[in-house]
Ligand binder design. Structure first.
Ligand SMILES: *Cc1c(COP(=O)(O)O)cnc(C)c1O
Length: 489
């Protein structure tokens, strides 16, 4: 199994190289050069598997035994997913009128990112220990990635982590889940801007091959292909549990399943598209909030950013640059590297990209999409509560809105992906006038001490981040630690 860049300039990398990287050296994103396909028989044999067992099966298709022997991989995954609040790490809620919700938020930070993050960081640690080396992880976040990365990596010997979050654009719970970690390998910075603003200096730092080589600089955002690979399991698990495939026999037609996903960076959507290429009969519904670039691309072929990111009730998907669409469009273009290079270099320059008629057609066959306003979010949260006494987070509400406005028909089963717990989004729940019982660990965040540095508007964030990365690494080389004066407890 080899990996290549979506922009055609890099080929033949192995899983380990891709794990330790971010963007490909040509500015593209890594993808498997070939996608293995799954037979009906294979799928049926996977029905009894638990979620962690399924993750292991899926990853073993993409990670050769020579890199991680099967028994090691099993150990790593079951260990990574052992501390979740429900057995098997995920659960399904079956609600009124076919509203089947796949709950992916039972990890420590109460969002789906914990699933792929804990697995990816465990695998990372495995390689670091084996090779006695260090890595510097640089993470930007729209709210949930940062805390998930921190919780997976805090206290780890071989990892220094620098996380940048958009100050004032995330909830107090999300902020405290990042700033209350005092472990010495964790560095948190609060930037005055949007998560898209943060992506700009991060992309530049990752493009600096000297910096990348010197400090083992890598990403744990969904830029990192390893996270996307773990996320394939979301779609496969949904298919195995909810499509009715368990009731079929050899020779039967395979049932299909619609999977409705709230999306911002299109990481889950990219995973879903790979699962489709594996010949699993799923249909994707990509639901967005009023930051609707993805919806305009699917409906009209207009992949163009709005002038600014809108702050909505679903802040983790307040994103105008759904960067994983590069992976999706690469797949849909028939893996046309030169075309994708031209398209995305243009998009990065002008923030504007009219899709070719052919590509727009492929995209609208691969998925449908809808955009939900804040009023729609409130309406879906309320209705779900009234009909089921089931509280959803505002992102999950973006998916569930589709259930109320376009209910499943024609006997096709559907699954709605619940990406976070409502406990992280107190203000949204209050705005919807619904009751929320805060879990003890969330209430405890209030009284914990915090540590972080402020990146102010107008400052050179790229330079400041570069300095921090260098200072942390050179302190490590001297066997000591680096923290700026204002962060010393
Ligand atoms: C990250 C996140 C999303 C979007 O994930 P992508 O697949 O990258 O678009 C949706 N909901 C929540 C709660 C998130 O934290």
């Amino acid at each position: 199994m080899r990996y290549c860049s979506t922009r055609g300039g890099t080929q033949g990398w192995d899983f380990r190289q891709v794990l330790f990287s971010s963007y490909a050296p040509d500015g593209g994103m890594f993808m498997p050069e070939t996608v293995p396909t799954l037979t009906a028989e294979r799928l049926r044999s996977w029905v009894p598997l638990s979620y962690p067992e399924l993750v292991c099966e899926v990853l073993s298709l993409f990670i050769p035994q020579q890199l991680i022997p099967r028994t090691d991989l099993q150990g790593l995954i079951s260990d990574a997913l052992s501390k979740f609040a429900v057995p098997g790490a995920v659960s399904i809620a079956k609600l009124k009128d076919g509203l089947d919700v796949l709950e992916l938020f039972h990890g420590e930070t109460l969002a789906f990112k914990d699933l792929a993050m804990t697995c990816t960081v465990r695998i990372l640690e495995y390689f670091l220990q084996k090779e006695s080396r260090r890595a510097t992880v640089l993470v930007g976040t729209s709210g949930d990635t940062g805390s998930s990365a921190i919780c997976s990596a805090r206290g780890l010997q071989g990892v220094d982590m620098v996380v940048v979050f958009p100050r004032g654009r995330i909830t107090p719970v999300q902020e405290r889940q990042m700033t209350t970690h005092l472990e010495d390998n964790i560095h948190v910075l609060a930037a005055d801007g949007t998560s898209d603003d943060i992506d700009v200096p991060l992309r530049r730092l990752f493009a600096d091959q000297h910096l990348v080589q010197l400090y083992g600089l890598m990403s744990l955002n969904s830029v990192n292909m390893a996270r996307i690979l773990v996320q394939l399991a979301h779609f496969l698990y949904a298919y195995l549990q909810l499509s009715g495939v368990d009731k079929t026999r050899a020779g039967d037609a395979m049932p299909s399943l619609e999977v409705v996903v709230p999306t911002g960076g299109a990481g889950n959507i990219a995973a879903g598209c790979i699962v489709k290429q594996m010949l699993v009969p799923i249909q994707l519904v990509a639901m967005v909030n009023s930051n609707d670039i993805l919806c305009r691309a699917v409906q009209k072929g207009d992949f163009s950013m709005a002038t600014s990111v809108k702050q909505t009730m679903a802040p983790a998907i307040d994103i105008q640059d759904p960067y994983n669409m590069e992976r999706v469009l690469w797949l849909l273009s028939g893996k046309n590297g030169p075309l994708v290079k031209e398209m995305f270099e243009e998009f990065q320059r002008s923030h504007h990209l009219p899709l070719t008629e052919q590509l727009h057609k492929e995209l609208s066959v691969a998925m449908c999409s809808g955009s939900v306003s804040d009023e729609g979010i409130v309406e879906a949260m309320r209705r779900c509560w009234e009909e089921n006494r089931y509280l959803v987070c505002p992102h999950t509400a973006v998916a569930i809105w589709h259930h109320y406005h376009s209910p499943p028909s024609g006997g096709v089963n559907r699954c709605y992906i619940a990406t976070a717990s409502p406990a992280k989004f107190q203000a949204a729940v209050e705005k919807a006038g619904l009751p929320l019982e805060l879990p003890e660990e969330v209430r405890a965040l209030e009284s914990k001490p915090t540590r972080y540095t402020h990146l102010q508007q107008g400052e050179d964030w790229e330079a400041q981040l570069r300095e921090r990365i260098q200072a942390v690494a050179s302190a490590r080389a001297r066997g000591s630690l680096f923290y700026p004066a204002e962060e010393r407890p």
